[in-house]
Design a protein around this ligand. Structure first.
Ligand SMILES: C[S@@+](CC[C@H](N)C(=O)[O-])C[C@H]1O[C@@H](n2cnc3c(N)ncnc32)[C@H](O)[C@@H]1O
Length: 525
């Protein structure tokens, strides 16, 4: 900054009154999680001024008035704001110690335990910036798994700033991104480009899937954005910019997005016994990592913002009593994917299916290991002993979800197939089956299961969406377009803020945005 810029900044801040700055700070905290306390009002004022130009306002004052009076911002508006307020500081192999742990302990353990079984790994870089972090992880994967082609690797990298994501997808970097990278790594994994730039090798680039996700407001875990049952989540140097009262909710969602035994990696400066008390803190030399315990109930009182169960757990069935008013509106299609405690079950005569109800309650508390124990022993009883034969399909389905939430896909698929054998007309069973098959990389079979679900229920909006997505991945553009268009047509019947049934809390408006982004991608392909 030049010496002339200091007075200009002071002038700028004076031109925005304190009340407005406080309102703006609150707005950015709600919409993006960002923290602008008084000491950072300089940055806030500068960001607002530059954003005003991009939003097409001639003066900052009118922009502020418009912004603070907007009740909600669209995704596009948040993306534009993100371009002015996010911090793009990152580089390859940053905070070496946690990456060394990943390389020497976490990944080797995971690889050993999955090799010869489902050969599947799921990693998420949350707040990936311009891609240096996820590509560093992809390089480690490439080194550790010589037969990587035979593995089902999911490495999702998300950010709120579309400009960062675009640069990440290009994968071209200047020397500055390599300030902590050993030169042999650069030689081995990058191609030299013009003007001192380097491009990541395409085989490493292919491992990472970049997408937009706003950690403050978007729904996760979710099958729809592939954020769920993660083995490892990197969320480094992101939470430090979050407003303290927004951090708990993000940590809770990260917790739920991990599989049991999964690891959360934050930056050394972000570690906190209080914030991460739900995790087991593992102290490695020079680094604390957080591990989600296996088979343990959540401590509900740890966080001030208790999560809404229906918005958090992708395989989580919802009890009717917890449905929000929007969910209670007439549904386009009652897909029966969840295992609701319907009135017909409450009125059941004869002995109550205690084990099933207990399993359902445990599931609500995300105690999947205990759900499995209970249902496996209950389902192994003879029909006469079990008495409630009609529930065995639902029980197998619930068991499948519990397995899936633990990342045990083989068992999950088996239970789901048992559920289908019990009731071949339940489209929800086929949908879950498709989800598991997709996770296993069995795309053709997943497409088959989704088609079956749609045959049973042609207006099943999520099945159209999933099929459109899968066909897009398979470059079957025409088919993809047809299903995405159908999903859009069905979504017209919803108010934008209405929650799509069985979508883990995703609103119709949000799903429309996701589909629009996908169709744009398909058209530009
Ligand atoms: C300082 S960078 C950290 C990059 C990388 N994780 C690292 O440690 O090198 C912080 C990143 O968090 C992203 N970010 C900030 N708020 C976010 C939000 N609400 N949702 C998603 N990403 C966000 C920013 O866009 C930025 O790319």
């Amino acid at each position: 900054m030049t010496q002339w810029e200091v007075p200009k900044r002071a002038e700028l801040i004076r031109s925005i009154c304190e009340a407005q700055l406080a309102q703006l700070s609150e707005l950015l905290s709600i919409q993006m999680g960002m923290y602008f306390p008084k000491e950072r009002w300089n940055d806030l004022a500068l960001g607002i001024k530059t954003a005003a130009n991009e939003f097409g306002f001639m003066d900052t004052e009118s922009f502020i008035q418009w912004l603070v009076s907007s009740s909600t911002l669209t995704k596009a508006q948040i993306e534009t704001l993100a371009g002015h307020f996010t911090i793009g500081e990152t580089y390859f192999f940053r905070e070496k110690k946690s990456l060394e742990l990943l390389q020497t302990q976490i990944l080797p353990d995971l690889i050993r335990s999955r090799r010869g079984a489902d050969q599947r790994l799921r990693i998420w870089s949350a707040g990936c910036c311009t891609g240096e972090e996820p590509y560093s992880i992809a390089i480690l994967l490439d080194q550790l798994i010589p037969d990587i082609k035979n593995w089902q690797i999911t490495l999702v990298a998300t950010d709120i700033n579309p400009g960062f994501l675009e640069k990440a997808s290009e994968g071209i970097y200047s020397e500055w991104s390599f300030r902590e990278t050993p030169s042999h790594m650069k030689e081995r994994y990058f191609k030299r480009k013009a003007r001192g730039h380097f491009e990541i090798l395409s085989r490493v680039k292919r491992i990472v899937k970049f997408s937009y996700l706003n950690l403050a407001v978007d729904v996760y875990p979710s099958l729809l954005n592939d954020i769920h049952t993660m083995d490892v989540i990197f969320c480094r140097n992101v939470l430090m910019y979050f407003a303290p009262h927004r951090v708990n909710q993000v940590i809770q969602n990260l917790y739920l997005s991990l599989t049991e035994g999964g690891w959360l990696v934050v930056s050394p400066s972000e570690t906190s016994h209080t914030l991460f008390s739900q995790f087991v803190t593992v102290n490695f030399p020079g680094v604390f990592l957080y591990q989600k315990p296996s088979h343990q109930p959540q401590k509900a009182d740890v966080f001030s913002h208790k999560p809404e169960p229906e918005a958090k757990d992708l395989f989580q069935p919802r009890l009717n009593s917890s449905a929000s008013p929007v969910q209670q509106m007439p549904l386009i299609h009652e897909c029966n994917l969840s295992v609701p405690l319907g009135p017909h079950e409450q009125m059941m005569t004869g002995p109550q299916p205690t084990e099933y109800l207990e399993a359902l309650a445990l599931y609500e508390q995300t105690r999947y290991g205990e759900v499995v124990d209970k249902l496996v022993s209950w389902l192994s009883l003879s029909d006469a002993e079990r008495k409630e034969m009609d529930l065995s399909g639902k029980a197998s389905y619930l068991l499948a979800r519990a397995y899936a939430n633990q990342g045990k896909l083989v068992e999950a698929l088996e239970s789901c197939q048992t559920a289908i054998r019990t009731d071949r007309l339940n489209q929800g069973f086929y949908y879950l089956c498709a989800t598991i098959l997709q996770e296993q990389g069995q795309m053709e079979k997943a497409i088959g299961a989704l088609k079956r679900a749609l045959y049973l229920a042609p207006d099943f909006v999520l099945a159209h969406f999933a099929l459109g997505n899968l066909c897009l991945q398979q470059s079957r553009f025409k088919e993809s377009n047809r299903h995405l268009r159908n999903a859009l047509l069905l979504l017209r019947k919803y108010p934008p803020e209405g929650v799509v049934p069985e979508s883990e809390g995703i609103t119709a408006g949000k799903l429309v945005e996701m589909i629009s982004a996908m169709t744009e991608r398909a058209e530009s392909a």
